[in-house]
Design a protein around this ligand. Structure first.
Ligand SMILES: Nc1nc2c(ncn2[C@@H]2O[C@H](COP(=O)(O)OP(=O)(O)O)[C@@H](O)[C@H]2O)c(=O)[nH]1
Ligand SMILES: [Mg+2]
Length: 360
């Protein structure tokens, strides 16, 4: 990467200085080049400000930012990949943020650098649970060994997922050796997060019998570790056994049915994010899952994820181009009224739109 030319052009604070001469495209691109240099240096030095600015950059959808983000990621990628990547899911209120606060502090105390990212499609609409998360993770937020980034508050799930994957690379390049990705159990978000991590933890509450039906079957297929959370809430089962324990056993049975006999039998344990009891055990299970994959298995899993991600990016970009296409814009109204008036069938309408796209 030739960064020297760009660096020579600007002596001070390249990241912040505004364009001196906006009409010159050369100066413009030189400025971006320097910007990326400063970010790369800062991230590799583990500077939080550079990490934050880099993540903001990869979250941006502006075309010039996208270009700079691509360059940034190309240069950070050789330094990335070193983290234990874990997804953590469960319905709102199950205690994910509280759990992450507890687990994160234990890991930081053990000398780890912990990054926390969130994928929350509901925050795309509502501005979301960010506030709640920050207060639930107050100790971790204040810890120098941790970096917490809420979900980007704009965009589609695909866009949020892309930003999160790239934020993960930034964190890894900055030296974070554990990255936790929190996601709510809404729609496709769990599957999306499972596609970017090495191990997937599902938090649930003590449910037994019929209540088990409330857990989506799809989630049981992708979980690597399950924890029945809030086990401090000792609601007694009729048998006298703690409810969480009973629920864990029933869930383990249900899991065996869904998952069959694979290499890894997803364990079901109990814990309390609030008191911290059992949290270390959950982490041990996650590490056991990693060990069962082995270095080669993890490398293969990540390679598969990259390929899947590649196609997701292509689909995203195609959808964007379709939206921006002048040819499509030109026929959109006409096709719309024909379809609404019942004069044109959907397949023909789709052909018209695609033909207009191909020609523009
Ligand atoms: N009793 C108990 N309450 C908990 C536990 N973990 C979280 N909570 C409470 O459950 C609520 C939701 O927690 P939060 O971490 O924000 O859940 P999230 O929406 O899954 O991130 C809060 O009122 C927490 O104090 C736990 O282990 N035990
Ligand atoms: Mg939360």
């Amino acid at each position: 990467m030739t960064s020297e030319a760009g660096r020579a052009g600007q002596a001070t604070s390249p990241a912040e200085s505004p364009a001196k001469n906006p009409v010159s495209p050369d100066r413009g691109s030189a400025r971006r080049q320097v910007d990326v240099d400063a970010l790369v240096e800062g991230v590799l030095a583990g500077q939080r400000a550079a990490v934050s600015r880099s993540i903001t950059l990869v979250e941006s959808s502006r075309p010039d930012h996208r270009q700079a983000a691509r360059e940034l990621l190309t240069r950070l990628t050789p330094h990335a990949g070193g983290a234990v990547r874990v997804g953590i899911s469960g319905v709102p209120g199950v205690g994910k943020s509280t759990f992450i606060e507890s687990l994160g502090m234990q890991l930081v105390d053990a000398g780890h650098q912990v990054g926390v990212l969130a994928v929350d499609p509901s925050s795309v609409r509502t501005g979301g649970s960010v506030l709640g998360d920050k207060t639930r993770m107050s100790r971790l937020s204040a810890s120098p060994g941790a970096y917490i980034r809420p979900s980007p508050s704009a965009g589609t799930l695909g866009g949020v997922a892309r930003a999160t994957t790239q934020a993960m690379l930034v964190l890894e390049a900055a030296g974070y050796d554990i990255v936790l990705v929190e996601t709510v159990g809404v729609g496709q978000s769990e599957v999306t997060v499972a596609g970017m991590v090495d191990s997937f933890l599902f938090l649930t509450l003590a449910r037994t019998g019929d209540q088990l039906q409330g857990i989506k079957k799809g989630i049981l297929e992708i979980v690597d570790v399950v924890a029945v959370n809030k086990a401090d809430d000792q609601g007694g089962h009729t048998s006298g056994e703690p409810e969480a324990r009973v629920a864990a056993r029933e869930l383990a049975g249900a899991l065996r049915l869904v998952q069959g006999r694979g290499e890894w039998a997803s364990p079901v344990v109990t814990c309390s994010g609030l008191t911290g009891v059992g949290v270390e055990d959950v982490w041990d299970r996650i590490i056991s899952h990693r060990d069962s994959l082995g270095p080669d298995g993890i490398a293969r899993k990540r390679a598969d994820q990259q390929l899947e991600f590649t196609w997701a990016l292509v689909r995203d970009e195609l959808a964007e181009r379709l939206k921006r296409s002048p040819g499509v814009a030109a026929v959109r109204e006409e096709v719309r009224s024909s379809v609404l008036a019942g004069e044109m069938a959907a397949p023909e309408a789709a052909d018209r739109i695609l033909a207009a796209y191909d020609q523009s």
